[in-house]
Design a binder for this molecule. Structure first.
Ligand code: SF4
Ligand code: SF4
Length: 551
């Protein structure tokens, strides 16, 4: 099915922007050289940082897992070339905060030697859970946005029925063309990945949404679908309008379904992944290769040679610029596009899994914004907002640090597309305020969670101490009782012993010779002798006992 007859919908707001994509699509995807040093941050996306599995001095092979996922929302990391681990330390990383973070640093050996790989060419022989585990172990995260670990989105839970896998090939932001070039040159990888993901999700169909400003990519995808005879994959061509690439916006345009406020696409039976993520899933399953590289657009008027490059994760940006004809004039280095990207302060920073574009923006690309002036309440921002928010209210409350109120105005439905700031006649840096408010709210929530955990720990410690005290008291009481019982038994024993001794003394007294046997007559002595003889005779015949008792 080509998708030409499918009904399309429209999301509210949005703007038509100059694409600037042709700058970087003039030549095929180039292979970036192996850098001397790879700097691989342990945290490259949403979720917890990975935990190193290697130590300084270890030799590693390309594709070898060097850090494992830590926690529910996390992804492992793999060496993107062979070499030696020379440091595990804090380095500068590409992040809006500009802060350092722990990284594994590999000195490459130039051989690019793969570790042993385990391909699964017949993915249909694997259960969905097995596929998800392989995708998790390959370290795959969303390559089109914030880098959410892909295996989680492929596992919506048994109670939720997903009917549609929607692949996002809109790539609506100006200048960025890595997905466009991927779809042009590797459409079969995207389609193969789509089949695997559909199987993992057990989704009935797969739609691939792509903006109509990418005719070469559309043709390549259609060709790939035909070649594979895949009936359940549909290429849906949508009008070019920023920000169609937003998850909720693309769902609306392609299916007409509305994702609820602060809800997830799976609530309307849809899971969205990026086309580049799909190609990476194909490589992970059918070739056994983990995520160690991605396509990066190098573009902007400041770029010596704008192009797309297949880049190993961890490659320092300056080495890519050197391979792209260096730079021209004054420029601001931006990671991402002009609408949603953020400025980088160093070219020594490494590329990470979410580096889709390096924009060397001159004043021609990003004209300086005039000074901001007070809001005139014109309402333009609300008219243009694709999330149907009230940007000026968000702005006021963010600025006033009224974080409860800003959430009442659905701050977290804001996709930071920048449309409001783009049209604002007062040139207010609206998105910066929204990012600030989100960061503050997250920080407060983190603090609250930490305080809750600390309180729980304190309560538990107090409970444990109280329990130990009670146990100690019970033991003490039991011991005292035992001692008491023991002493009463001792006095009983002593009384018995005394009685026995008294009886013994009495017996001994009875056994002593009678005092009146002195000075006996011979007759008396004879009688006694006869009595003693009789007694002795009785003792020998067993009658002694009775005799003794009689006595
Ligand atoms: S567009 Fe700017 S000036 Fe107009 S209402 Fe929104 S924030 Fe205020
Ligand atoms: S940045 Fe947020 S508030 Fe502004 S237009 Fe986009 S979604 Fe609306």
């Amino acid at each position: 099915m080509s998708g030409v007859t499918r009904k399309l919908w429209r999301f509210p707001g949005g703007i038509h922007l100059e694409g600037h994509k042709a700058i970087s699509t003039g030549q095929p995807i180039a292979e970036a050289a192996i850098p001397k040093e790879l700097v691989i941050p342990l945290q490259q996306h949403i979720g917890a940082a990975a935990k190193p599995l290697v130590r300084v001095g270890d030799t590693v092979l390309k594709g070898q897992m060097i850090a494992q996922a830590e926690g529910q929302v996390s992804a492992p990391l793999h060496a993107s070339s062979s070499g030696t681990v020379i440091a595990i330390e804090e380095r500068a990383v590409p992040h809006p905060s500009g802060l350092n973070a722990p990284c594994i640093v590999i000195e490459t050996d130039g051989h690019d030697t793969w570790c042993e790989l385990t391909p699964h060419p017949e993915f249909k022989q694997l259960e969905p859970q097995e596929l998800r585990n392989l995708i998790r172990d390959a370290g795959i995260v969303g390559l089109g946005g914030a880098g959410f670990p892909s295996f989680i989105k492929l596992n919506p839970g048994g109670h939720i029925a997903i009917d549609t896998l929607l692949l996002n090939g809109a790539e609506c932001e100006p200048y960025i063309s890595c997905d466009d070039m991927l779809m042009r040159e590797r459409a079969d990888e995207v389609i193969r990945g789509a089949r695997i993901m559909r199987h993992a999700l057990q989704a009935r169909k797969c739609l691939i949404g792509i903006e109509d400003n990418k005719p070469e990519a559309i043709a390549a995808l259609r060709q790939a679908v035909t070649g594979l005879g895949e009936k359940e994959i549909e290429i849906v061509v949508v009008p070019t309008l920023y920000p169609t690439g937003g998850e909720k916006q693309l769902i609306k345009v392609v299916t007409g379904r509305e994702v609820p406020s602060q809800g997830l696409p799976l609530e309307v039976g849809i899971v969205v992944h990026n086309v580049a993520t799909a190609a990476t899933v194909y490589r992970a399953i059918e070739r056994g290769e983990p995520l160690i590289s991605r396509i990066v657009t190098i573009t902007g008027e400041g770029a010596g040679k704008a192009q797309n490059m297949e880049v190993r994760i961890g490659t320092p940006i300056h080495t890519l610029l050197e391979q792209s004809g260096g730079s021209r004039g004054d420029y601001q280095l931006v990671m991402g596009g002009p609408m949603m990207g953020f400025a980088l302060n160093s070219e020594a920073l490494p590329t990470i899994k979410t580096t889709n574009c390096l924009l060397l923006a001159t004043e021609a690309d990003l004209p300086p914004r005039p000074a901001a002036s007070p809001c005139i309440r014109c309402g333009e921002c609300a008219r243009i907002c694709p999330a149907q928010l009230l940007p000026q209210q968000l702005y006021w409350h963010s600025r006033a640090k009224e974080f409860d109120k800003v959430q009442d105005y659905h701050l977290f439905d804001c996709i930071e597309c920048g449309c409001c700031a783009f049209v604002c006649p007062s040139n207010l840096p609206l998105v910066q305020f929204y990012r600030y408010a989100k960061t503050e709210i997250w920080a407060q929530e983190r603090e609250k969670r930490a305080a809750d955990r600390a309180r729980e720990r304190h309560d538990f410690r107090a409970f444990r101490k109280e329990r130990e005290k009670e146990e100690k008291a019970a033991k003490h009481k039991a011991r005292a009782q035992a001692v008491k019982q023991e002493s009463s038994e001792d006095s009983k024993k002593a009384a018995i012993q005394a009685a026995m001794e008294r009886a013994k003394a009495k017996r001994e007294q009875n056994d002593t010779a009678p005092q009146n046997t002195d000075n006996l007559t011979p007759e008396q002595q004879k009688m006694i002798a006869e009595v003693d003889a009789r007694r002795a005779a009785r003792v020998e015949t067993g009658g002694g006992k009775e005799e003794n008792e009689e006595r």
